[in-house]
Design a protein around this ligand. Structure first.
Ligand SMILES: [Zn+2]
Length: 382
């Protein structure tokens, strides 16, 4: 706000009624640096709260005075939590560079804009918090990194979903083992329904909304979530920080997030970007046979992946194995026993353990989006 004096009122005193001689109009001047979009809201029925964060960022909350008490309470509870969200995203992606952010009751759902969101007001607590978390996270992916929304919607909606689910899990202390499990379920459901389209589809050219939303929100989220399985959780965390550092205000493309992850991890990921975003190939690995100390795995799906394997022996001890994919030319940091890499062209892979095997599980973390989990575990008959 550039001219509060001229108008005769500080905008913080918005409750005061202003009377003008008839025919005269007020001119409010606003200025914002480094934004590619704006929105503006006004309503005489708004209650306007301001929370000044320690780091100098002012959070504004504009919501209707006449909301039911249950909703008013949620809007008040949201204020401190929004500050926690800004801190979470600033720490895990990069610093919030603007002087303020406004959460405004308005619109028809939840929508991201520069330095503000419009969100409908009559929401239960979990929904008000969750949607605010999502729209605020867009500040980083849609405004600061600003990828092309029509060409690569998954880089915005997907990464936004990834980080806001993680933030929600931590701030609301939900303690979910996998905060992205809803996106995995969504992915499996749409793959099963047969309408999936590749992530490279132009946003306006998907045949169904279901295929668009699954690709953009869920499969885009899984790009990062599954990357944790491929290069390790810590490397994905470093990748996001470097991605912001190198590409904020520069409109990165899919190759840029891939190159960033490669530089951080030392693992080649061309195969991953290609398969996951340009095809609808699915992942299905299975345990083909277990015979004493000999384990044979098979790749049933078209998409190749590295394999984490948990083996329990007849003596009750357990051992973890990692089988990198040859195309990776490397592997994630691991304490597991590292086996020889698996080439894409071979549908099966056999190795021997030191002790007699009692049971085998492929990817106990379930971060790999294997569409058929039944063949991922094997127990020898006693
Ligand atoms: Zn969104």
């Amino acid at each position: 706000m550039q001219n509060p004096q001229e108008i005769g009122h500080g905008y913080e005193n918005s409750s005061e009624k202003l009377t003008l001689p008839s025919g005269e109009k007020l001119h409010w001047h606003f200025k914002a640096d480094n934004v590619h979009d704006f929105t503006w809201a006004a309503d005489p029925e708004y209650k306007h709260d301001i929370l000044n964060m320690e780091n100098g960022i002012a959070l504004h909350f504009l919501y209707k005075k006449n909301l039911d008490p249950q909703y008013l309470e949620n809007w008040q509870k949201l204020q401190g939590k929004t500050a926690e969200l800004i801190q979470y995203f600033s720490k895990h992606i990069g610093p919030y560079p603007y002087p303020q952010y406004s959460v405004i009751q308005g619109g028809d759902g939840g929508m991201e804009y520069a330095m503000c969101t419009l969100i409908t007001g009559k929401r239960k607590w979990g929904s008000l918090f969750g949607v605010t978390a999502h729209e605020l996270a867009h500040t980083w992916f849609q405004f600061l990194l600003a990828t092309n929304e029509t060409k690569h919607p998954w880089m915005d909606e997907g990464f936004t979903t990834y980080i806001s689910n993680k933030a929600e899990n931590e701030i609301l202390k939900e303690n979910k083992v996998n905060p992205q499990d809803g996106s995995y379920r969504h992915y499996y459901y749409v793959v099963g329904s047969g309408v999936e389209e590749p992530l490279t589809t132009h946003a306006d050219r998907y045949h169904t909304n279901m295929a668009y939303s699954m690709a953009s929100y869920s499969k885009g989220n899984l790009f990062l979530s599954q990357l944790e399985y491929i290069i390790g959780k810590e490397n994905v965390a470093k990748t996001l920080l470097k991605y912001y550092e190198d590409f904020a205000f520069k409109h990165p493309t899919p190759n840029d997030i891939k190159r960033t992850a490669e530089k951080v991890s030392g693992v080649h990921l061309d195969w991953y970007l290609n398969e996951w975003t340009q095809t609808t190939h699915t992942i299905d690995y299975g345990i083909k046979s277990v015979d004493g100390t000999k384990i044979t795995l098979e790749r049933i799906g078209k998409m190749p992946m590295p394999i984490d394997l948990s083996v329990t022996y007849e003596d009750g001890t357990e051992e973890m194995f990692v089988i990198p994919l040859r195309m990776m030319r490397g592997n994630k940091p691991t304490n597991a026993t590292l086996l020889e890499d698996w080439t894409f062209a071979h549908p099966t892979y056999t190795f021997n353990t030191d002790k007699k095997v009692s049971s085998v599980t492929i990817d106990p973390s379930k971060l790999m989006a294997d569409i058929e989990l039944k063949n991922n575990t094997y127990t020898t008959l006693k």
